[in-house]
Design a protein around this ligand. Sequence first.
Ligand SMILES: CC(C)(COP(=O)(O)OP(=O)(O)OC[C@H]1O[C@@H](n2cnc3c(N)ncnc32)[C@H](O)[C@@H]1OP(=O)(O)O)[C@@H](O)C(=O)NCCC(=O)NCCS
Length: 335
Amino acid sequence: MSPPGTPAQHAVGLLGLGIHLPERVMTNDEWAERIDTSDEWIVSRTGIRTRRIAGEEESTADLALAAARAALADGAFEPADIDEIVLATDTPEVFIPDTSPYVQDRLGVGHIPCYDLAGSGCAGFVLALDIARSRAISHGHRVLVIGVELLTRLMNWEDRNTCVLFGDAAGAAVVGPGPDAVEIVAATAGTDGSKSDILGVEAGGTRVPITVERARQGLHKHVVMQGREVFREAVSRMSQASHEVLEKAGVPIDDVALVVPHQANLRILNAVARRLQVPQERVFINVQKYGNTGSASVPLALWEAREQGRIEPGDLVLLTAFGAGFHWAALLLRF
Ligand SMILES: CC(C)(COP(=O)(O)OP(=O)(O)OC[C@H]1O[C@@H](n2cnc3c(N)ncnc32)[C@H](O)[C@@H]1OP(=O)(O)O)[C@@H](O)C(=O)NCCC(=O)NCCS
């Protein structure tokens, strides 16, 4: 570790990557037993076949901690090697404080600064990588970045329009300077706040406080979304962000070995591939196994791509994500 406040001497990038998945697998047929849907409908509209569901005794910090430990082990780090934690989630451990302090305490990293990107939707992890990169460049810090969601706790389990889409998971990365870092070559991000009400949870804040009646309706814990509008924006913004980051890096799309997009829906991923003019085999897809896991989806996909040997040393890998806000972000990595 560099002394605090010392700018990075080496390239800044990923130094470790880890994930954690709850054990319980839920199939589409199980959904069909609960609500008016079918495996055929879910697969044809979303590509999703299964998703993981956290156990009742599991909380956000549990999943985050397990992914964080996996990322530290992957980079051969001890907790004491970490200078800062940034955690992205829409499903916090409690309402106040944010979730990263719980992870800090249980990880035993000492009194390092910790903060959440709360409610940043499915773009949270990639946004957090960009912020971590800046902290690593300016301060020489090693930053633990976590994307974690228990999105199945934020669903109305009777609303077939949303409940079949999501799953629970956590992913983490250590970001910092290092001679062997998976370099973050370039990053971009954006937000369109005029679309804030199209995807989100309506009640529970100061604008729509919880009342007994609203709580009875579950408004404080149910995601609502205009599916078609979200679909269009997701395709458009993930493609736009990809072009932007490639332009910043001065890299043509043909030089990208693998695109790892946020795993929202197979049709969205196919549409992004078409817009980018990238063949299917250069787009990593695992949404069929896990559904949409929000801010955990990109680290989970990146980790699995690496595990499956889809990434070679020297490869350029493009991450692109989109979520509630609307926020979007893209990052170019060199392995
Ligand atoms: C949600 C989504 C899959 C719906 O697909 P769609 O092709 O747009 O479907 P529509 O909204 O036209 O709905 C068609 C019909 O299917 C029905 N339907 C919705 N969910 C269903 C389900 N799980 N099973 C069976 N039928 C369902 C609708 O009620 C509607 O019925 P109606 O025509 O009788 O009203 C699609 O809009 C989508 O993927 N949106 C983006 C969601 C997303 O990724 N969000 C997170 C982004 S980070």
